[in-house]
Design a protein around this ligand. Structure first.
Ligand SMILES: O=C(CO)[C@@H](O)[C@H](O)COP(=O)(O)O
Length: 243
C-alpha cells in the first residue's frame, strides 16, 4: 500500500517536472516565471515547482511535496513556489482538477493587462474552451485573494486571465493543464492578430456548443487525451498516475 502510494507520488513528480520544463520550451515563460503543480488526491498531496529555480536544472527530486489540507511542506529542501497558496486554493475548491499551471505568456498577458477576456471568436477556441477565456479583476498576492478572484470569474473554460498579471489554467491531469496553457497562448496570439485586421465577433452560443461538443466527445481516439501535450510530451496522465 505504502509502496504504491510512493510510486504514485514519484510518477507525479516526473509529470510535474516534465511539465515545468515544457513552459520555457513552449515559449510560455521567460526566466523563472510561472509554475506547475499536480495533485495526488488519494494521498492528499500536492507536488509543486520550487520558487525561483532554473527550469533547465530542475529534477523531479527538487519538487516540493505539500499536504493539501494544511499547506505544510512534507517533503523537499527547497522553498515552494510563491504561488502555492493559489494552487492549493484551486485544488480545495475544484475537486475534479489534477493539475494547475500559471504563466505570464506574452499574448495572453497582453489581454490581461488590458483586462480583456479572449473572445470565443474562432472554432479552435470553441473546441478547447467552450466559451471565452475570462479575465478576473486585479488581485494582490496576499492570502487567498488571487484564488478567490479566479474562483469568482471561472465560467466554462479551464483557464482564467488575471488582470495585470498572467494566466491560471487547470485540467484533470498535469498534462491537460499544460495543454490548456499552450492553447490559451495560441488563442491570444491568433485573436490579437485578427484584431489588427479589424473588429472580431464571437461565435454564437449555439455554434460554440456544437464545436465544443464534437471536440470534447467525438474528436480523436477513444480516451480523447489531447494529442498535443500529454502524448507529444509523453507525460503520464493523472489516470495513469492513479492506476
Ligand atoms: O507570478 C509570479 C509571482 O507573482 C510567479 O509566476 C513567479 O514569476 C514565479 O514564482 P515562483 O513559482 O518561482 O516562486
Amino acid at each position: 500500500m505504502e509502496s504504491k502510494r510512493n510510486e504514485r507520488l514519484s510518477r507525479l513528480r516526473v509529470a510535474v517536472c516534465a511539465a515545468c520544463k515544457r513552459l520555457p520550451s513552449a515559449g510560455l515563460v521567460v526566466g523563472h516565471a510561472g509554475n506547475v503543480s499536480g495533485i495526488d488526491r488519494a494521498a492528499g498531496r500536492v507536488v509543486i515547482k520550487p520558487s525561483g529555480i532554473d527550469y533547465d536544472l530542475l529534477q523531479p527530486e527538487d519538487l516540493v511535496e505539500v499536504d493539501l489540507a494544511t499547506g505544510a511542506v512534507v517533503d523537499g529542501d527547497l522553498r515552494p513556489s510563491v504561488d502555492l497558496p493559489h494552487h492549493l486554493f484551486l485544488y480545495r475548491n475544484l475537486p475534479e482538477i489534477g493539475g494547475v499551471v500559471h504563466t505570464h505568456s506574452t499574448y495572453a498577458t497582453a489581454f490581461a493587462i488590458q483586462e480583456r477576456a479572449i473572445p470565443v471568436c474562432c472554432t479552435g477556441i470553441a473546441d478547447v474552451f467552450g466559451g471565452e477565456i475570462p479575465c478576473a479583476p486585479y488581485a494582490d498576492n496576499v492570502a487567498d485573494h488571487i484564488g478567490r478572484a479566479i474562483l469568482a470569474t471561472i465560467s466554462v473554460a479551464p483557464a482564467v486571465l488575471l488582470a495585470k498579471h498572467g494566466v491560471f489554467c487547470w485540467g484533470s491531469s498535469v498534462a491537460k493543464a499544460i495543454y490548456h496553457a499552450e492553447q490559451v497562448e495560441q488563442a491570444a496570439r491568433t485573436v490579437h492578430l485578427a484584431m489588427q485586421l479589424g473588429p472580431v465577433q464571437s461565435l454564437s452560443q449555439t455554434q460554440v456548443a456544437m464545436w465544443n461538443d464534437r471536440f470534447q466527445h467525438r474528436y480523436g481516439q477513444v480516451r480523447n487525451e489531447p494529442t498535443v501535450g500529454s502524448a507529444a510530451m509523453n507525460l503520464p496522465t493523472m489516470a495513469s498516475v492513479e492506476e
